[in-house]
Design a protein around this ligand. Sequence first.
Ligand SMILES: [Zn+2]
Length: 330
Amino acid sequence: MREFPSNRLIRKGKGLKKQKAMVRADKIAAPSFTLSASRVQIVPLKGTSIYINNRIYRGKINLIRKSKEGVLITNELGIEDYVKGILCKEIAPWWPMDALKAQSIIARTYALYQQQFPKDKDFDVTDDIYSQVYGGRSSERWRTNRAVDLTKGRILIFQGKVFPAFYHATCGGATEDASQLWKIDLAPLKGIPCGFCKASPHFSWEKEISVAFIRQKLLEKGYSCPEDIQDIEIMTRNSSGRVMRVLFKGKDSYAEISGKDFRQVLGPNIIRSATFTITIINNTAFIKGLGWGHGVGLCQWGMYAMAKEGYTYTQILSHYFPGSQIGKAE
Ligand SMILES: [Zn+2]
């Protein structure tokens, strides 16, 4: 264990006891040490691992004092070990090997792309859905680790550069053009007819939501809305079938919102995708949709079906990211 940047060694040896790290004023404290430091790094001895909140992690652990109340914990490790900690969180380890290989490559690509734009100097990516869900060594499995090893250092590139290889659970028929959602205009992310995800458990979804609840959510998030919503209509869809504008009709007034904002207002796991229809019956909105996720890039359940049908990981990746190539991480 050491403090940096001074690199002062606090303690070295086997069997560091389980303990709770806390922040007190300007100190990081644990039963075996109290330091006037903003950062403490725990470096595992070779062949050992570190447990945090009942999860095992490879690599180094940094405890960073962020405020009087909290400690930010970061895990410092190489890209290959990081990708190993992601795969089982994203897809099932019993999926065909070519699906696991394709997922390894896009997870590695996405992480290396994100690393170019650190949002915070303390870390490159978070461990949740805002980056990629990461579970450390606890979520590694033999087959997924094997897929990572077999594709070691390989990433997707376009015109010689790493690009954001987005992915999502199920596209519901066609993938989305990234430029419809973000300021990203790239040939491999323009969207394609998927044709492989019909058997996905997420291919279609339905929700019943009271019109009053929709109105309440719109107002809470600062959107305008008629007092008496009589009808909700889809005004426009884009070429992939996703909703662009939603209209709320009152008796004497109306309001509009983008399909993307409508999903965010009600929650992306309630409105699972932007491909949906709405019917109002007795003040209840019956919403039927296709797919789960933003729809950009690779459709994971489409990838699963392609691999089951015998397509290789290179064929899968060039289907979902037209014009991309497999290159080496620098
Ligand atoms: Zn699909």
